[in-house]
Design a protein around this ligand. Structure first.
Ligand code: S3P
Length: 164
């Protein structure tokens, strides 16, 4: 199995990616982690010292270096926003799975938003607005969308396995 997970912050990309990797003995690449390794800084530190534009450039460069590696790729919540990233994801020619949760569930999953500069201080309405703004980009990339509100990570993994 080879696949790409996309979706909003807190949708479960990293957790479900790890689970699928374990279940199928596949390598898992977490894009946020790969960016942190490339930068030698945490994501909040990259945003704080260089800003979002710099982060997005780095995100694109790192995506381009990992996209052809085998296994499972868990992207960042903003990865599908750029057209050049969308092209990289689609050209990989593997299933792209969009994990979705409603704003209430997203907020409760995010908990402490210290590690997510773009979610910091957002209430449910703020999350809803940002999700709406991004919906189109996720839909443009996705081959399958999975509603994860009532599902455990294992149930999401099983739902993915049933489709790919
Ligand atoms: C971002 C999501 C984060 C991380 C960065 C920006 C976004 O990834 O890439 O903070 O724009 O939604 P997660 O979705 O893994 O939290």
């Amino acid at each position: 199995m080879k696949l790409i997970l996309i979706g909003f912050m807190g949708s479960g990309k990293s957790t479900v990616g790890k689970l699928l990797g374990q279940r199928h003995s596949l390598p898992v690449i977490d894009l946020d982690q790969a960016i942190e390794e490339a930068a030698g800084q945490t994501i909040p530190a990259i945003f704080a010292t260089h800003g979002e534009t710099y982060f997005r450039k780095l995100e694109h460069q790192v995506l381009a270096t990992v996209i052809d590696q085998p296994g499972i790729l868990a992207t960042g919540g903003g990865t599908p926003l750029r057209a050049d990233n969308q092209a990289l994801l689609q050209n990989a020619a593997v299933p792209i799975i969009h994990l979705r949760a409603n704003a209430k569930e997203t907020l409760s999953r995010l908990g402490n938003t210290q590690n997510r500069p773009l979610a910091k201080g957002l209430d449910q309405a703020g999350i809803e607005a940002l999700k709406k703004q991004r919906h189109q980009a996720y839909q443009a990339c996705a081959n399958y969308t999975i509603e994860t509100n009532l599902l455990s990570p294992m149930e999401v993994a099983l739902a993915i396995e049933a489709r790919v």
